[in-house]
Design a protein around this ligand. Structure first.
Ligand code: HEM
Length: 222
């Protein structure tokens, strides 16, 4: 029973119009595909620049999966893999800014915000702020061990937004991310093939300006 079948059943029962069905699918494809693909892109890039983290990831996928294709049951054990994804979304949040407009005058953190103001909530800035993070520009997946994450304010990190309109796809994307990373990292390492760093282009999501060139290298098994 996949999502498309559920939506089509509702359509057959007359609970969905053509336009609704199309809109739901476009939301799932755009909100769901682009963001997760970007997370994986930045994660592979960061791993290519941090051989220690890459070695730890390889150790974990080898130990947990032992050459098998990962399944839903395996993902809970892919803890380091999840830390890599979290840390990639900290440094390169695909949704790098969100917008809000108060319906009434409000006070936030001592500031008076009049009704109708345009508020920008920038993940990009908060995730890289020294106010909340030690060595904020350093890629360090072990920031996400339970001990180190314990006392961090929850909105120091909000790649999936927050509150009533937070992302409905958070768990799906972390599931996909771990399954895809586990599958690929067992067999390949990815090498960044350009000399200069890549540049970024912020549109609705934060994209690399041009494709990030990576070379797939079959891993040598120990
Ligand atoms: C790494 C992956 C993802 C990231 C970083 C991400 C990020 C976000 C953020 C920041 C919001 C809140 C926007 C706001 O409040 O203005 C959001 C909302 C949403 N996301 Fe995601 N998302 C991801 C994956 C997905 C997936 C896989 C799906 C669906 C399959 C999805 C569907 C949605 C939908 C439908 C909303 C709107 C929820 C609402 O307004 O009630 N997202 N996402």
């Amino acid at each position: 029973m996949d999502l498309l079948s559920i939506l089509l059943r509702a359509y057959d029962r007359g609970e969905q119009t053509d336009k609704n069905l199309r809109d739901e699918l476009m939301t799932m494809l755009l909100a769901g595909h682009d963001t997760t693909a970007l997370t994986l892109t930045y994660a592979w890039y960061l791993l290519s620049q941090h051989p220690d983290a890459e070695a730890k990831l390889h150790r974990e996928v080898d130990e947990v999966l032992g050459g098998r294709t990962p399944t839903f049951e395996d993902v809970r054990q892919l803890e380091y893999t999840e830390r890599v994804l979290n840390e990639a979304m900290r440094l390169y949040p695909p949704v790098y800014v969100m917008f809000r407009e108060p319906k009434i005058d409000v006070r936030i953190g001592g500031y008076r915000i009049p009704e109708g103001s345009a508020l920008m909530l920038p993940q990009w800035v908060v995730h890289r702020s020294e106010r909340w993070w030690d060595d904020p520009l350093e890629f360090d997946p072990d920031r996400w061990t339970p001990e180190r994450a314990a006392n961090r304010p929850s909105f120091a990190y909000f790649p999936f937004g927050g509150g009533p309109r937070h992302c409905i796809g958070k768990h799906l994307s972390l599931l996909e991310g771990r399954l895809i990373m586990g599958t690929i990292a067992q067999r390949y390492e990815l090498e960044y093939i350009r000399d200069e760093p890549f540049s970024l282009r912020g549109s609705l999501t934060m994209h690399p300006q041009e494709p990030i060139g990576m070379r797939l290298q079959a891993r040598e098994k120990p």
